[in-house]
Design a protein. Structure first.
Length: 486
C-alpha cells in the first residue's frame, strides 16, 4: 500500500470510528441526548488551496489525497420533554494531511504546529454562530511536541489532537479540563479487544525479553501509549486469556513474562488451591511456573549487575586515560588508587553476575527437561508393539491389493466379437489399398515438375507412355475391391 492509499484508509477509519463512538455515547454517557453529523467543505477547500499553492492543477489529484473530508458534530440536549433542543457543543472534525509529500508518494513526518494553526485559521472566518466550540484534528503520522503543547494549553476553541500509532493505537492530546470531563470518553476509539491485540503484538515483538527477564509495566505502558493502571488491567486480561503469560514482582515492580509450559485449564482452580493447602506434590506445570518466577527474578538481578559492570568498566577506561595523560607522579598515584578500587569492585560485580548466570543456566536446564517430559506425557503416542502390529497388517493388505490388481489386469473381459474383428480387418485392408493407390500416383507427378528444361520429343513421350501402361491393371484392381471409393 502506497502512502496516499494509507492516508486515505486512515481518514476513512478515523471518521467512521468517531461517528460510531459519538452515536453510542449520546445514549447517556455524554451530557448530550443526541448528535447530528453533517459534512463540511473546509477539508476539500484546504486541499484545493494547497494544490493551487503548489501549482498542481490535476483534477484527479484531489480524489487520491487524504484530508478532503471534514465533519461537523452538533451535540444537542432535549428541553421540556423533547419540545426544544439546545445545541451544547459544536465540534468540527478534520484530518490534517501533508499534501506535498503525498504528491511525491513519500512518507511524511509528524504534523507540526504550523499545520495545526492553518487548520484552525479556516474556522476564524466563519460567522459567530457557526464557530465551533471544539476542533478535533487527526494525523496518520502523529503530531510534533510543539503541536501537542498547543493543544494542552487550552483556549478557544478547544483543540484535541489524535495521532495514529504504528501498532494501530491512538495518541490523544487534550487539555486537562477535557480529560477530567465526560467528553474524554468520546476520544476512546479503541476497544478493549483491540488494545489486547496491541499488547500481544508488543509482547511478540519483544519475545526475547518476555521469555527471559520480563518487561516491566512502566516500559510496556510506554510502548502502548497508555497509563500504567490501564496497562495493568490489560496484562491481567492477557494472563487470563493466555495461560503461558504470568506476572512476577521484583523489588516492588511488576514484570510480565512467559513460561514455556502452558497450564491446562484454570491455573487458580479449586483443585490447585486444595493441592497447595495439603502440601501435595505440585504438577509439572506448577513447578515450571515457580521456576520461571525464580529465573525472572535472577535475570533482573543479573541485569542490574550488568549495568553496574558497564559503569565500572567505563570508569576503568576513563581512569586509564587520565593516568596516561597525568603530567606528574602525584596525579598518577591518585589515579592509580582510584583504578585499584574500581577494579576491585569490578571483580566483585563480575563474580556476582557470573553466579547469577550459572544459576540461570541450572534453572533453565531444569525447566527445559520438565517441559520436554510433560509434553511427552501429554501426547498419547502408540507403543512399539502397536507400531509393529499395524505395520504388518498394512504390509499384508498392500500385498493382497497388488496380487488382486495383477489378476484383474489379466482376466479383464472385452466387448469385442468375431464379427467385429472381421469388419476391422476389412477396414485395415481398405486402408492399405488407399495407401497403395496414393503411392502409385506419386511418381506420375514427379517427372512433370521439371518442365522448363528443353528435352527431345521422343525422350519426353517415353516416360509418359511408361506411366500410362500400369493404369488398366489399377482400374481392374479398383473394380475388384469390395468398398467403393467415392
Amino acid at each position: 500500500m502506497d502512502e496516499r492509499s494509507r492516508h486515505r484508509e486512515f481518514e476513512d477509519r478515523f471518521l467512521g470510528q468517531l461517528r460510531v463512538r459519538a452515536l453510542a455515547l449520546v445514549q447517556g454517557k455524554l451530557p448530550a441526548d443526541e448528535v447530528a453529523i453533517q459534512p463540511t467543505p473546509e477539508g476539500i477547500d484546504g486541499v484545493r488551496a494547497e494544490l493551487g499553492r503548489l501549482e498542481v492543477y490535476d483534477r484527479d489529484a484531489v480524489e487520491k489525497l487524504a484530508g478532503t473530508r471534514s465533519l461537523q458534530m452538533l451535540f444537542k440536549k432535549r428541553l421540556l420533554g423533547g419540545l426544544f433542543r439546545k445545541t451544547i457543543s459544536r465540534v468540527r472534525v478534520r484530518v490534517v494531511a501533508p499534501i506535498e509529500p503525498l504528491l511525491k508518494n513519500e512518507r511524511p513526518g509528524p504534523a507540526g504546529r504550523e499545520q495545526v494553526l492553518d487548520a484552525l485559521a479556516s474556522y476564524e472566518l466563519l460567522p459567530r454562530k457557526d464557530k465551533p466550540s471544539g476542533v478535533i484534528l487527526a494525523s496518520a503520522t502523529g503530531f510534533t511536541a510543539e503541536a501537542r503543547t498547543l493543544a494542552e494549553g487550552g483556549g478557544t476553541p478547544t483543540v484535541i489532537l489524535m495521532g495514529g500509532r504504528e501498532d494501530g493505537g491512538w495518541d490523544v492530546t487534550m487539555p486537562p479540563a477535557v480529560r477530567k470531563s465526560p467528553w474524554a470518553k468520546l476520544f476512546e476509539l479503541e476497544s478493549q479487544d483491540e488494545r489486547l491485540r496491541r499488547l500481544l503484538y508488543h509482547l511478540d515483538e519483544n519475545a526475547n525479553l518476555v521469555d527471559s527477564r520480563g518487561i516491566s509495566m512502566e516500559a510496556l505502558a510506554e510502548k502502548l501509549g497508555l497509563s500504567t493502571a490501564e496497562t495493568e488491567l490489560l496484562v491481567r486480561r492477557a494472563c487470563r486469556s493466555e495461560s503461558r503469560l504470568m506476572t512476577v514482582v521484583h523489588e516492588g515492580r511488576t514484570h510480565i513474562c512467559r513460561t514455556p509450559l502452558a497450564e491446562e485449564g484454570n491455573t487458580m482452580s479449586i483443585w490447585s488451591r486444595i493441592r497447595k493447602l495439603l502440601r501435595l506434590r505440585p504438577t509439572s506445570a506448577e513447578r515450571v511456573r515457580e521456576l520461571t518466577v525464580q529465573r525472572v527474578q535472577i535475570e533482573q538481578q543479573r541485569f542490574e549487575q550488568d549495568q553496574k559492570v558497564n559503569t565500572l568498566e567505563a570508569d576503568e577506561r576513563q581512569l586509564i586515560q587520565q593516568g596516561a595523560a597525568a603530567p606528574s607522579d602525584a596525579e598518577k598515584k591518585q589515579v592509580a588508587g582510584k583504578l585499584m578500587r574500581a577494579r576491585r569492585e569490578l571483580r566483585r560485580h563480575r563474580a556476582q553476575a557470573q553466579l547469577f548466570t550459572q544459576q540461570i543456566d541450572i534453572i533453565g536446564t531444569h525447566i527445559h527437561h520438565l517441559t520436554l517430559a510433560e509434553r511427552g506425557k501429554r501426547l498419547d503416542l502408540p507403543k512399539a508393539e502397536d507400531l509393529t502390529r499395524e505395520a504388518a497388517q498394512a504390509e499384508q493388505v498392500m500385498s493382497e491389493v497388488a496380487v488382486n490388481a495383477d489378476l484383474a489386469a489379466n482376466i479383464e473381459v472385452t466387448g469385442e466379437t468375431p464379427m467385429m474383428a472381421e469388419e476391422e480387418a476389412a477396414i485395415f485392408e481398405e486402408f492399405k489399398q488407399v495407401a497403395a493407390s496414393e503411392t502409385s500416383a506419386s511418381p506420375t507427378t514427379e517427372p512433370e515438375a521439371p518442365v522448363a528444361e528443353p528435352k527431345p520429343a521422343a525422350a519426353s513421350e517415353a516416360p509418359t507412355q511408361a506411366a500410362k501402361t500400369p493404369t488398366p491393371p489399377q482400374k481392374e484392381k479398383d473394380k475388384s475391391a469390395r468398398p467403393e471409393l467415392g
